[in-house]
Design a protein. Structure first.
Length: 305
């Protein structure tokens, strides 16, 4: 006997307020423009680096907004999962772009080290403070939604580390106000790059896991298989696959060999689905029930990897 079971849970909103996200984008555009102009006028590479980081924040937020909108498109005959993975593509592009910006900043730091310039702290400190308070405001706006999707997590991390880098720029300005230690400006620039690259690694890693159809970090396939095997009436679990198409929803498919006559296939499917939902938060399943070892039979046409 063979039966296919499907458990579906509507994706109830990645749920960030579009108005809040657009507000944060607006603030960061203003901060980026002001910091770039001030960095050129003051001669501060740290301020220019912070402007570059803010630019990456703007790109992250814009791409995140686009990713949220596109990934909400309904499934169709061609794209049966909808376009949910677009969110992951956007997050990966955003993270890689941030690494590229870091490379540009490092190159600029090397050039500045070879050809030092004076820094106008009268411009540096006030503008860095503007950037600091603007980023802090953006963090407060996005704080509650940072775990809703990989896009928002990437954007929040960018804002968090940009706030930290703004603190560093302010401190450099204060020190240079009393001591001409211009090398601190270069040191903070390199520090900003390190934070930028470090903060993106988790996003890059998660994105690649989704594209490679690996089981999500929070799911141990061995534990899932063992939990199903412990259910009464289950003889074997094979062809088990666990993957995700975005940063939230987990999908599972497997073959279950059950004892003959113990219960109906519908009852078995319901029991397994309840277990997966409660214990592992897996709510999208395709379960094939077998009373015989269909995959192990000679000449079987069903593939059971």
């Amino acid at each position: 006997m063979m039966e296919i079971g499907h458990a579906h849970d509507p994706h109830d909103g990645k749920g960030i307020s579009k108005r809040r996200l657009l507000l944060v984008i607006f603030f960061n555009v203003i901060i980026t423009i002001v910091e770039y102009i001030a960095g050129v006028l003051s001669g501060s590479l740290a301020l220019l680096s912070d402007a570059g980081h803010n630019l990456s924040d703007v790109l992250a937020l814009l791409l995140g907004y686009a990713g949220e909108k596109v990934s909400e498109w309904k499934p169709g005959a061609r794209f049966t999962f909808g376009l949910r993975r677009f969110e992951i593509l956007v997050a990966l592009v955003n993270a890689l772009a941030l690494v590229g910006i870091g490379g540009v900043i490092v190159r600029a730091a090397i050039v500045r080290f070879l050809h030092p310039v004076n820094i106008d702290t009268g411009i540096l400190i006030p503008v860095a403070l503007v950037g600091l308070f603007g980023n802090a405001f953006s963090i407060l706006v996005l704080h509650r939604d940072r775990e809703r999707s990989l896009n928002l997590k990437a954007a929040f991390l960018h804002l968090l580390f940009d706030t930290m880098s703004s603190v560093g720029v302010v401190l450099v300005g204060v020190v240079i106000l009393f001591k001409p230690w211009y090398w601190l400006d270069l040191g903070i620039s390199i520090g900003i790059v390190v934070m930028m690259v470090w903060s993106t690694w988790g996003v890059i890693s998660q994105s690649l896991r989704v594209f490679m159809q690996a089981a999500p970090d929070r799911i141990d396939p061995g534990r899932v298989r063992a939990a199903i095997l412990e259910l009464e009436g289950v003889n074997d679990v094979h062809g088990l696959h666990i993957w995700s198409v975005d940063s939230n929803e987990i999908f599972l498919s497997c073959h279950i060999r059950m004892n003959q006559g113990r219960m109906t296939t519908d009852a078995m499917i319901q029991i397994i689905n309840n277990l997966l939902a409660v214990e592992f938060d897996i709510r999208h399943t395709t379960i094939q029930i077998e009373e015989d070892d269909l995959c192990g039979k000679e000449g079987a046409t069903t593939r059971c990897p």
